[in-house]
Design a protein around this ligand. Structure first.
Ligand code: VGL
Ligand code: ZN
Length: 197
């Protein structure tokens, strides 16, 4: 059994002072670094949007956190965040990124958002992570990072649907918790067979 730690989006824009700050987002960094050595593989994901991305409220003349209908379904409109090459898109400076075997970037398609580390928000376009895990014979995943109710949630549910044994270590995650999103995410992860630890 090969067990990977998947660290979701521990980037400046999701930490206090960032464009889409998650409360306490920076509090989990030391704890994440501390658990890395206990895994066979460490994988990081990085939210990585081109300027003017379709998930940005500014691209639609709409208020941040409003909802629109995209060809692939409903989409929350976010403040501009994690723009490719920007300081906000960089990992938190204390995150031990040198320990990562792989960094998966997502959200680079201008027309489709990508919360999940496995599929874009159309739920069909793959990022390639599944193939990487399968070819390395990784079957067990522990997920940590930001934000519990969006990118961690979608990644964990997709991984469970793909047949991976998935645990989300909740004390090493922080949530946006917007409009009941954390409660819904928690229920959805449990229903998908994800273990919440
Ligand atoms: C995320 C909203 C938009 C996340 C990324 O990492 O949870 N949330 N982009
Ligand atoms: Zn994003």
């Amino acid at each position: 059994m090969t067990h990977a730690l998947v660290v979701i989006d521990v980037q400046n824009d999701f930490c206090p002072g960032g464009a889409l700050a998650v409360a306490g987002g920076d509090e989990i960094v030391t704890g994440i670094n501390a658990v890395m050595a206990g895994f066979d593989a460490v994988i990081l994901t990085q939210d990585w949007h081109p300027a003017g991305h379709s998930s940005f409220a500014s691209s639609h003349d709409a208020p941040p956190m409003s909802l629109i209908e995209m060809p692939y379904g409903p989409q929350v409109l976010w403040p501009d965040h994690c723009i490719q090459g920007s300081q906000g898109a960089e990992f938190h400076t204390d995150l031990a990124i040198d320990r990562a075997d792989l960094i998966v970037r997502k959200g680079y398609n201008p027309a489709i958002d990508s919360y999940s580390a496995f599929f874009e928000n159309d739920h069909t376009t793959p990022t390639g992570l599944e193939g990487y895990l399968r070819t390395r014979e990784i079957t067990k995943l522990t997920m940590v990072g930001l934000a519990t109710d969006f990118c961690v949630n979608f990644s964990a549910v997709d991984a469970a649907k793909l047949g991976f044994d998935v645990t989300v270590q909740m004390d090493l995650c922080r949530a946006i918790d917007f409009d009941g999103s954390l409660a819904a995410a928690t229920e959805g992860m449990i229903a998908a067979g994800v273990t919440l630890a």
